[in-house]
Design a protein around this ligand. Structure first.
Ligand code: AMP
Length: 223
């Protein structure tokens, strides 16, 4: 059966770290709209320029632009056994757009869809974001406050340069939260009503969260 996972949670809730771990263990592609959009910006394309003008303000990029990127990605061969969506959908409008995309892509395939909601103490989030660094080469994510790196400029896995994302400043982070609570949080009820939501306590440590996450997948527990 095709396994489809969607991750919802506020910025800095740790979705990126967990989805990467899950992707490695389950051999499913990790599809992260934020990274796809940053790649689009780096390529200098027209879509990238449009995306940048929204991302730099902490706002959602227009629905059609993201839907096109996601659909093209989900049509790739590596998604035939399933995928892990991180950061999409982010609004009710996007959830309905995704329904249409999946109807077309999945056709008559049997699918098991699970939506994980990462619940976390909001006060911890800004601190997590401003201390977040990621490797410019392998994408590994670090937190300068909790991880105590020997060299705060170098990736411990591959030696790549650690960078801070342009939108991880306190000012833009606050706008991203406002966008999340206004537009993304309503998805929690939508997926709860559909019976496919699993709530994860994302204030715990990385390994415990991962254990709870994979435990829920094995037991197929939906709330
Ligand atoms: P992230 O890397 O998930 O924190 O996303 C960074 C930024 O990319 C967000 O603040 C949005 O501006 C944009 N973005 C990411 N995913 C989406 C999406 N599904 N819809 C619209 N904009 C998005």
């Amino acid at each position: 059966m095709k396994q489809e996972f969607i991750f919802i949670g506020p910025p800095g809730s740790g979705k990126g770290t967990q989805t990467k771990m899950l992707s490695e263990e389950y051999h499913l592609p990790h599809i992260d709209t934020g990274s796809l959009l940053r790649e689009e910006i780096a390529s200098g394309s027209q879509n990238g320029k449009i995306a940048d003008s929204y991302m730099s303000k902490g706002q959602l990029v227009p629905i059609n632009l993201v839907a096109e990127i996601i659909k093209n990605r989900l049509l790739k061969d590596d998604c035939k056994n399933g995928f892990i969506l991180d950061g999409y959908p982010r609004s009710l409008e996007q959830a309905y757009a995704l329904d249409e995309i999946l109807k077309e892509i999945d056709n008559n395939t049997k699918v098991n869809l699970t939506v994980f909601y990462f619940e976390v103490d909001e006060n911890k989030l800004i601190e997590r974001l401003v201390n977040r660094r990621s490797c410019s080469v392998c994408g590994a994510i670090y937190n300068l406050k909790t991880m105590k790196l020997k060299d705060e400029t170098k990736c411990e896995k591959c030696g790549g340069k650690l960078i801070r994302r342009d939108d991880d400043t306190e000012e833009v982070a606050k706008k991203r939260f406002a966008t999340y609570f206004e537009q993304t949080a309503p998805l929690i009820n939508l997926y709860k009503e559909r019976g496919c939501l699993v709530t994860i306590n994302a204030s715990l440590d990385i390994n415990t969260i991962y254990k709870n996450l994979t435990g829920a997948i094995k037991e197929n527990v939906h709330s």
